[in-house]
Design a protein around this ligand. Structure first.
Ligand SMILES: *Cc1c(COP(=O)(O)O)cnc(C)c1O
Length: 373
């Protein structure tokens, strides 16, 4: 059994993916080109935004967004304490300060009440200027955008949606990567829409920001690549990755249905035994992960050991809250209190899930959990 069986997906899509890769090889165009432009148009249409600007990774996409807004030293960006390190890392790379916000114990996403508290504390303290709320669509579930947008509007803050895990999710039919003033995603192979290497994208309705991101991703180009009007980056999507993504995008909706069906099968078997993932009414998750909560660290660690003995893969996403990462220890960040994130790090366990997982595999995982708990 595999945690996320990308080889299975390849075997299903092989004819089209092989053809696409060979076409790029024969074309002589390997970076950007019309395929990348076509893909950007398709992705923007899918997400429901005016612009999609692809780039080299999900981390770069966050960096490009922060550059477009000129976020820098002295600025505060509110980041959930329970996420992948890249969310906060991009803020630090920009020279700004991540202010960690606790998460909701059921959805795992940024807690809007603690967000209010952390914004107020930052204003009271006076050292930093609140600028951006970075919401993360963790494990595929869109953050609570109705509440976050109200806070952003009242406080005059920008929303940066880190949709690295969220592409394909939605709230009342509105799709992920359309909720931020700028939204980003990652095409890392194991993300909901993954390529065969690194890749990422920014999404926005704002023409000016789209132009800035397009410039920053290509050495701060002006009217041409050799007219450099700002210092930027080298962050482009390879043509071969765009070709692979075009094939995968065609299969994406069917895969979303399949992975949500797999999640429902898990929940039906597990809901009376452990805490299963919560998807609020009107929300749809892209099911980047299926993450259960155990009663204690001892029980969680014990279950993972038991899985290992049975040959069942599982992952702890994430073992350490952001503010306790070594990179942030003694770094002079404002004191952080995020009890829910701390608790989740000690009790969560992510189970094997992907669009091609079989009912037999799901049964095997669930039987092991039943036997252990
Ligand atoms: C994967 C991920 C990123 C970074 O994406 P890369 O393409 O690996 O750079 C950022 N944020 C979150 C929440 C992620 O899961």
């Amino acid at each position: 059994m595999q945690f996320r069986d990308l080889g299975h997906q390849y075997r299903v899509l092989k004819a089209d993916i092989d053809k696409a890769i060979l076409e790029v090889a024969a074309s002589g165009t390997y970076i950007m080109g019309s395929r990348v432009k076509d893909l950007e148009r398709q992705l923007a249409e899918y997400a429901g935004t005016r612009h999609c600007i692809s780039c080299a990774s999900g981390t770069d996409a966050l960096t490009l967004a922060l550059k477009a807004w000129d976020i820098r030293k002295g600025d505060a960006v509110f980041v959930p304490d329970f996420t992948f390190f890249a969310s906060a890392e991009a803020v630090s790379l920009a020279g700004a300060t991540p202010v960690f916000v606790d998460v909701d114990g059921e959805t795992f996403n940024i807690d809007h009440e603690d967000l209010e508290n952390k914004i107020e504390a930052t204003i009271r303290n006076g050292d930093l200027t609140p600028k951006v709320i970075m919401s993360v669509d963790l494990f595929g579930l869109p953050a609570n955008y109705p509440a976050i947008r109200r806070i952003a509007d009242r406080r005059n803050l920008l929303i940066l949606e880190d949709g690295a895990q969220g592409f394909g999710g939605s709230v009342n039919g509105k799709r992920s990567c359309s909720f931020g003033d700028i939204s980003t995603t990652s095409f890392f192979p194991s993300k909901p829409l993954g390529c065969y290497g690194d890749g990422g994208a920014c999404f926005t309705d704002n023409d000016e920001w789209a132009t800035l991101i397009d410039s920053y991703r290509m050495h701060g180009k002006g009217s041409s690549k050799y007219d450099n009007v700002r210092t930027g980056m080298n962050s482009r999507l390879d043509t071969i990755q765009a070709a692979i993504l075009q094939v995968k995008l065609k299969a994406f909706d069917a895969e979303l249905d399949a992975v949500n069906k797999a999640a429902a099968e898990y929940t039906a078997r597990l809901r009376d035994i452990v805490e299963t993932p919560v998807v609020p009414a009107g929300f749809r998750s892209s099911r980047a992960q299926y993450t259960i909560r155990l009663k204690s660290r001892t029980e969680r660690d014990g279950l993972q050991e038991y899985f290992k003995a049975q040959g069942i893969p599982s992952m702890i996403y994430y073992p350490t809250p952001m503010h306790r990462q070594r990179a942030y220890r003694d770094s002079g960040l404002p004191e952080t209190v995020c009890p829910v994130a701390e608790k989740l790090c000690g009790t969560v366990l992510s189970l094997p899930i992907h669009p091609y997982i079989s009912l037999e595999e799901i049964d095997r995982v669930c039987d092991a959990i039943k036997a252990f708990v």
